[in-house]
Design a protein around this ligand. Structure first.
Ligand code: MLT
Length: 389
């Protein structure tokens, strides 16, 4: 027994999903097994060269070697506002008060509840979902209530399932489309209903839009919640350069939306971090301004991977959703195993790493998630190994 008792908030935490997967993967890899890693949503494609060149130039400027601004470079925030207008038609985002730079969207999402959740306050999450929403709320002493996403509802939450009093108690609702892990998408009609409910009950809408740029049908691009008129009264949206420009390692992201919400997050960040490296923000500006042709190519690559994977899964009789967006395929565990049993067996017997649905909440039980983050041949090989398990 350690002489240092962990704080309850840490002692009660389950192992972080992706850290646990990394550990299990390393153990199997150490036995010489050929690992195919479809666990974390970490793009294998390199960051486009022009972004690296922009970083190199920016890293040479002595001014960038000093502390950055807490809330981010104004030029980066201006580039974000301009990108939101170009991509979503969201006009007039005020870079100074309605945009903040983050050191990755996980950081911002994890910190945001500290600004609004008092001990005992309620937040709504929609599992299966990214574990960080609940952890951020619990770290702040809040209580989490689940609005489960079910296949029969196209993985959209049933906003009418909660009574008025519960909605009024809820300070925050977290939504994430294109969804991780389900890869489901939302429409502006859904967002409009959500915003209406949130306005009527003074609930903050936190939208996580990290996967919006990896879509497979250009006629059907995933929308932003901020496209809904009046959404800025209640919403803050987290977005990231990680998945769009293959920049997960760079830790650069943004939150945009209601000025009070953005500024409150800024206040937390002022006290716990010192901002994102300016050179990374300058590279981020280049990405936002010139990145589209590169994202276009990445989309074509993901589409080929998605098609090959879904065809192989279908041929193997493994039920799955063909995703319209994101880098994930959400599939049903074949046979009678639990998600965790299946994933563990799969790794040990075949070297294929996938993520158990139950790692995203109890209602993910019976499913597993594939990340399309290796090339098409390896994906086909992975499905072939899955089908032989
Ligand atoms: C995932 O695989 O769910 C994500 O890549 C994790 C993350 O973005 O932190």
């Amino acid at each position: 027994m350690s002489k240092f008792a962990l704080a309850e908030r840490v002692a009660s935490l389950p192992p972080y999903l992706f850290a646990a997967i990394d550990k299990a993967k390393a153990e199997v890899a150490a036995q010489g097994v050929d690992i195919i890693s479809l666990g974390i949503g970490d793009p294998d494609l390199p960051t486009p060269e022009f972004i690296i060149d922009a970083l190199y130039e920016a890293a040479k400027k002595p001014a960038n070697h000093q502390y950055p601004s807490y809330v981010g470079m104004l030029q980066f925030r201006e580039a974000v506002a301009a990108w939101y207008e170009r991509r979503f038609g969201v006009k007039g985002l005020e870079p100074k008060n309605e945009v903040i730079t983050l050191i990755g969207s996980k950081e911002g999402i994890g910190h945001f509840p500290w600004a609004f959740i008092n001990p005992g306050d309620l937040a709504l999450i929609c599992p299966p979902c990214y574990p960080v929403y609940a952890t951020g709320v619990k770290f702040a002493g809040g209580e989490v209530m689940e609005l489960p996403l079910l296949e029969e509802n196209n993985y959209l939450p049933d906003l009418e399932a909660l009574d008025e009093a519960t909605w009024k108690r809820a300070k925050i609702i977290f939504v994430n489309y294109p969804g991780n892990p389900t890869a489901s998408t939302a429409t502006t009609e859904f967002y409009a209903k959500l915003v209406e409910k949130a306005k009527a009950t003074d609930t903050i809408v936190v939208s996580d839009l990290a996967y919006s740029e990896i879509y497979y049908d250009p006629a059907n691009k995933p929308p932003s919640v901020l496209q809904v008129p009046g959404a800025k009264d209640v919403a803050i949206e987290f977005h990231s350069l990680s998945k769009t420009y293959n920049m997960t390692g760079w830790r650069i992201a943004m939150a945009v939306g209601n000025a009070e919400l953005v500024n409150a997050l800024g206040k937390i960040k002022e006290n716990v971090d010192s901002g994102a490296f300016n050179a990374v923000q300058e590279a981020g500006i280049a990405a936002l301004q010139q990145g589209e042709p590169f994202v276009e190519k990445a989309r074509a690559i993901y589409k080929e991977r998605r098609d090959a994977t879904c065809e192989a899964l279908a041929a193997a009789g493994i039920e799955h959703q063909v995703p319209d967006a994101s880098v994930f395929v959400w599939a049903k565990v074949p046979g009678n195993k639990t998600s965790a049993e299946f994933v563990t067996d799969l790794l040990k017997k075949t070297g294929v790493v996938v993520t158990p649905g139950s790692g995203f909440g109890e209602c993910g039980e019976g499913y597993f998630r594939i990340s399309l983050t290796v090339d098409t041949d390896r994906l086909k090989e992975a499905v072939s190994r899955i089908s032989q398990l």
